[in-house]
Ligand binder design. Structure first.
Ligand code: ATP
Ligand code: MG
Length: 419
């Protein structure tokens, strides 16, 4: 037997119903906030991610699915959506009219990490990108989108954590202060963090190693080092969150794993999924576009993990009332000489918008009834040769345990029968 690749999974049955429900809500929400859908390729030149996400990040360092194609190009399966959206934004000159572009995407992402609950190698994310405004209003809208969507989905255990990591100028000062603080503890840091000390000091704050966590507990906080502009920007973001009545807590240790962030960073977290606690994460990335384009264009966005979102919704019992999809009507053929007739009736009912199931295996009436029972169908139509002659058929309402003979003509408006 050929098995699926480790870290990938099949989604079917009632699971797909949950996925569709969530996807539909996301689409609805994007519409409410006027984010237009963008569909980007699932693979890009490796260079895009190397430069965009940054060499000293977990994603680029250890998680990318990279291969050389037959043309000798280095290709990578997308590990996240923002870099691709930014590439598309520039390539399609979406900046040309200088107006704000609001985009959303949804799809599979690929990262080679250790599979566990809530962590897969192929997983799905949706995200929004708000490109063209440096204003705190935009940050607050993006954060509200995430929080309000999750609230509307019914989640109770979520929290918004927010921080500012400043701009080029103040981040430099902060990193210097952080290095000064860490230097005496250098030998106690994990090997990863020892390397990060020079290449990506900020990331040490995000390390999950308990030893490193302990060391950074008393580290200076990013907000103490913000320049006046960044401080004002951060305060205004918080102000607009207050106006929007979005509850949040400022977490001065929050830095995010991707290099492209500036100023605002945030996470939506839960305490219900063990260590896989981030359901959405994002922030401002004012310098990312400038890395691929002739000028910097400010932007802010977030990505939400859909697999984790659905796990969390299950955890909170939000799908308990959802049941397996089933047909509205099952048509039973009493004998094989009425099969043509059954086909016609089935198609007519489908035209009326009903989901209809029939037997396709030339089974006996008894086994058709059994299958209708297994499918838990509410409405069963039974058609036999004698009835066709009389222009009638039997209608069984399985919920009410009632049965009656109806005129075939009545099938032209089956809705009426159901009333
Ligand atoms: P983590 O710290 O959990 O590894 P991350 O910082 O790598 O998360 P992002 O790159 O910001 O995550 O992606 C945004 C969201 O995508 C995460 O909050 C999470 O919900 C989801 N996500 C990330 N990696 C995976 C994965 N391997 N499997 C399932 N969902 C994931
Ligand atoms: Mg990760």
């Amino acid at each position: 037997m050929i098995r699926a690749i480790k870290g990938t999974r099949d989604i079917f049955g009632i699971e797909t119903k949950k996925w569709r429900y969530v996807e539909q809500k996301i689409i609805e929400y994007a519409r409410k906030y006027n984010y237009g859908e963008i569909r980007i390729p699932t693979f890009e030149r490796t260079q895009l991610y190397l430069r965009g996400i940054g060499g000293e990040t977990d994603i680029v360092n250890k998680e990318m699915y990279t291969f050389t194609d037959k043309g000798g190009r280095s290709i990578t399966l997308r590990p996240e959506g923002t870099a691709g959206v930014v590439r598309a934004y520039i390539e399609n000159k979406m900046y040309a009219d200088k107006s704000l572009k609001k985009l959303f995407y949804m799809g599979s992402m690929y990262r080679q990490e250790r599979p566990q609950k809530g962590r897969y190698r192929e997983f799905r994310q949706f995200g929004i990108e708000n490109i063209g405004s440096k204003e705190p209003l935009a940050d607050a809208e993006v954060i509200s989108f995430a929080y309000n969507l999750y609230k509307e989905l019914g989640l109770k255990s979520i929290k918004v954590e927010i921080n500012s990591i400043g701009c080029r100028t103040c981040r430099k000062n902060y990193i210097r202060a952080l290095k000064d603080y860490l230097k005496p503890h250098y030998e106690m840091l994990c090997d990863n963090c020892k390397r990060r000390f020079d290449t990506n000091t900020l990331r040490i704050l995000d390390c999950k190693n308990p030893g490193c966590k302990k060391i950074t507990e008393k580290a200076p906080s990013t907000t103490e080092y913000l320049c006046d502009d960044c401080k004002e920007h951060f305060n205004e973001v918080l102000h607009y969150l207050d106006v929007r009545k979005i509850p949040y807590s400022v977490n001065n240790r929050l830095v995010r794993g991707l290099d492209y962030y500036t100023r605002t960073v945030f996470e939506v977290t839960t305490d219900r999924l063990g260590s896989q606690n981030a359901v959405a994460a994002g922030g401002r990335y004012d310098y990312l576009i400038g890395m691929f384009h002739s000028e910097d264009i400010p932007a802010v966005g977030f990505a939400g993990g859909m697999d984790r979102l659905i796990l969390l919704m299950e955890e909170e019992g939000l799908f308990d009332a959802m049941d397996e999809e089933k047909p509205d009507i099952f048509i039973v053929a009493v004998s094989n000489d009425v099969r043509d007739y059954v086909i016609k009736i089935a198609e007519s009912l489908r035209e009326q918008g009903f989901s209809v199931e029939t037997d396709l295996s030339m089974s006996s009436m008894k086994s058709q009834m059994r299958r209708a029972g297994k499918l838990n169908v509410d409405n069963v139509l039974i058609i036999g040769p004698d009835e066709i002659d009389k222009g009638v058929l039997t209608y069984k309402n399985m919920k009410k345990h009632s049965q009656k003979e109806i005129d075939i003509k009545e099938l032209e408006n089956f809705k009426k029968i159901l009333e």
